[in-house]
Design a protein around this ligand. Structure first.
Ligand SMILES: O=P(O)(O)OC[C@H]1O[C@](O)(COP(=O)(O)O)[C@@H](O)[C@@H]1O
Ligand SMILES: [Mg+2]
Ligand SMILES: [Mg+2]
Length: 335
């Protein structure tokens, strides 16, 4: 039997997310099904938010909410809607004890005091693109609680560090809707079939090329970038790499995952620690990229090795993508 047939039979493209989760669970003798259920809850919320995104213009879930979140950013109505949907699905699912969300200053206790897991989430990523019909996403990161004796979750459950993540992923609401995640055993992608209401395995074993033709960053901030970033971007242009920037982290990241490339959100003069949030943007995407054979750094350091401080919404610079490109930038950051 040829290798391709063996691979296809091993994890046949087209199986449902549900079946895939069950298959993967059966590979772990001590799996108890709680993480599987949590992944299903996230997929369910992703389907509901997908529906709201698709019809946002009709259902008047457009525009600003008129309030600011803990980051001082104007909340979009869809930010709040997505937040409600994910928190509700994680609460009703029973496995998640608490949620840390970009849209809430404090930890949200779900009441599932015996839940073994906590989830850090960016319910709607790419907020500036919500009302203009450009791809947006959701990013999530899952930890097993350290406070195991039941009761409400504690801050320390979320501050275990990037390498303590049990699972991480994102949902991309784009020309098609996809769920991409890892549990530390490679990266798989699922495409949503609207008419059947199911995610189907479409990309079994995602690997990012070591090199790539694309660099993604907001060059409008050029004059505020550190010298090593400008030096790196100059070499990208000298090599005639292509500039691509959607302005939605999930969308830029997803494209580069398949084409090869590098996404940069450097520190700037007004944001010396960068814009993106370590716990629910940088850590999960760094976990995924390392599982796909890529690299993620904050400059000289690997993102997953950056220890969290006590600030749940702390920011960090992010340089992520193809190993050769990111290592090149890291070299410049170190010298
Ligand atoms: O407008 P800028 O400064 O380029 O920032 C765009 C970046 O900010 C973000 O929108 C931040 O995420 P949120 O939309 O979740 O706040 C990223 O998705 C995106 O890559
Ligand atoms: Mg975001
Ligand atoms: Mg967001």
């Amino acid at each position: 039997m040829s290798q391709t047939t063996e691979n296809t039979l091993a994890t046949p493209v087209g199986i449902t997310l549900e079946r895939y989760i069950m298959r993967k669970q059966s590979e772990f003798a001590f799996a108890t099904g709680e993480l599987s259920q949590l992944l299903r809850d996230i997929a369910l919320a992703g389907k509901i938010v997908n529906r709201e995104v698709n019809r946002a213009g009709l259902s008047r879930i457009t525009g600003a909410m008129g309030e600011k979140n803990v980051q001082g950013e104007h909340q979009q109505k869809l930010d709040v809607e997505a937040n409600i949907r994910f928190v509700r699905a994680l609460t009703n699912g029973g496995e998640c004890c608490a949620v840390l969300s970009e849209e809430d200053e404090e930890i949200i206790q779900t009441g599932n005091v015996n839940g073994k897991y906590v989830v850090a989430i960016d319910p709607l990523d790419g907020s500036s693109n919500i009302d203009v019909n450009v791809s947006i996403g959701t990013i999530f990161s899952i930890y097993r609680r350290v406070s195991r004796n039941g009761g409400p979750a504690r801050q320390e459950d979320f501050l275990q560090g990037g390498r303590a993540q049990i699972a991480a992923g994102y949902v991309l609401y784009g020309s098609s809707t996809m769920l991409v995640y890892t549990t530390g055993h490679g990266v798989a992608g699922f495409t949503y079939e609207n008419s059947l209401g199911e995610f189907f395995l479409s990309h079994p074993d995602i690997r990012i090329p070591r090199q790539g033709p694309v660099f993604s960053c907001n060059e409008g901030n050029w004059f505020d970038y550190p010298e090593f970033v400008r030096a790196f971007l100059t070499t990208c242009k000298e090599r005639r790499l292509t500039a691509r920037y959607v302005g939605s982290l999930v969308a830029d990241y997803h494209r580069n995952l398949f084409t090869g490339g590098i996404y940069l959100y450097p520190p700037t003069v007004d944001k010396p620690t960068g814009k993106l949030r370590l716990l629910y943007e940088c850590y999960p995407l760094a976990f995924l990229i390392e599982q796909a054979g890529g690299v993620a750094v904050t400059g000289a350091d690997l993102v997953l090795d950056v220890p969290p401080t006590a600030d749940l919404h702390q920011r960090a610079p992010l340089f992520v993508g193809s190993a050769d490109l990111v290592e090149e930038l890291r070299c410049k950051a170190t010298n």
